[in-house]
Design a protein around this ligand. Structure first.
Ligand code: TXD
Length: 308
């Protein structure tokens, strides 16, 4: 079976990390695209020198020409500015919207059958704009945030309990912002409710840290935002599509009535497979969790009003 092709639109910190993960995992051939002259070509050349070390048979190339993304099965968009200390994700909206409009055009013209995973912030607005501008079916345009936010929740719970994160299942839903919703009622260790392991007070502290984890990394890095964990999260989504894994993952999907929302992209549990977003799963939420989701959805709706 011919290897698949992933186009990485944006070859910066996350784009370069995505390419590296594709090389190591041999998930697919990779084309790195960026507007910065020769930079994607330089990253691709460096990555090609890792292939013999990993005995990896993928092909990795870099380009400044959208024509080279032709035939991509998956496009992962990280094009756009990243936060600096003191900036909110929403502060990126104006600049990244203009970038997203050009990126969507490039994908529409050159990879019309691809599954698009949007990473750029502000995530919920950018994935909305991408789907609008490409005109792709909603199931073929998804946003990556919930996998990362849930991984952060799982990592903090693993630190707290000393249990391997592999056994910790957690969901963070809603918008990818300060109002994101860690769903405690769906968070378990080996199927046992998390409140059997961690006190309510401590869980509140951890869930607050999850909401601020992106900003915590930005504050420490000072020059940009997280890139390893977003890349790992987006690759998990791309893999679910390429291998038709039917994985249940939190992702920003376009709702048409689910959870009471119509025509809104926010993070919800999705089954990802060869059909893209194959199913949106409605889970039981506590009254507090549903109220928090409504607040988060309201913040996303307000942000969308600023879109061009
Ligand atoms: O969970 C999530 N979704 C977030 C997403 C997690 C962390 C970071 N998040 C956002 O991803 C972040 O706020 C940014 O909006 C994107 C990309 O973050 P990254 O750290 O990779 O930013 P870089 O290193 O600045 O890379 C962005 C690249 C850079 O090389 C630019 O030259 C390129 O985007 N760029 C473009 N590429 C293609 N087309 C256009 N027009 C363009 N403009 C800039």
């Amino acid at each position: 079976m011919a290897r698949k092709k992933i186009a990485l639109i944006g070859a910066g910190n996350i784009g370069g990390s995505l390419a590296f993960l594709c090389c190591v995992s041999e998930l697919a051939d990779v084309v790195l695209f960026d507007v910065v002259e020769s930079m994607p070509q330089g990253k691709a050349l460096d990555l090609s020198h890792t292939l013999p070390v990993f005995n990896s048979s993928v092909r990795v190339t870099g380009t400044n020409d959208y024509k080279d993304i032709a035939g991509a099965d998956v496009c992962i968009i990280t094009a756009g500015l990243a936060r600096k200390p003191g900036m909110s994700r929403d502060d990126l909206l104006k600049t990244n919207s203009k970038i997203m409009q050009s990126v969507a055009q490039g994908i529409k013209e050159n990879a019309p059958d691809s599954f698009v995973i949007v990473v750029s912030n502000p995530l919920d607005a950018m994935v909305t704009l991408c789907q609008r501008e490409t005109g792709f079916a909603p199931n073929k345009v998804v946003g990556m945030a919930g996998v990362l936010d849930s991984a952060r929740y799982r990592a903090f719970l693993s630190e707290e309990t000393g249990v391997s994160p592999e056994l910790i299942h957690a969901l963070v839903l809603g918008g990818h912002g300060d109002d994101m919703v860690p769903v405690r009622s769906a968070t378990t260790i080996n199927g046992i409710g998390i409140e059997e392991f961690v006190s309510k007070e401590r869980l509140l502290e951890i869930e607050t840290r999850v909401r601020g984890a992106g900003g915590e990394v930005v504050g420490l890095l000072k020059t940009g935002s997280a890139f390893c964990s977003p890349a790992a999260s987006a690759i998990q989504m791309a893999e679910a599509y390429i291998k038709d894994e039917k994985k249940l993952l939190p992702a920003a999907a376009l709702l048409s009535g689910e959870y009471g929302y119509e025509g809104l992209y926010i993070g919800v549990p999705c089954v990802l497979g060869a059909g893209g977003v194959e199913k949106i799963v409605e889970i039981e939420l506590s009254d507090d969790e549903k109220a928090a989701l409504d607040i988060s959805a309201g913040k996303v709706k307000a942000l969308l009003e600023q879109l061009p």
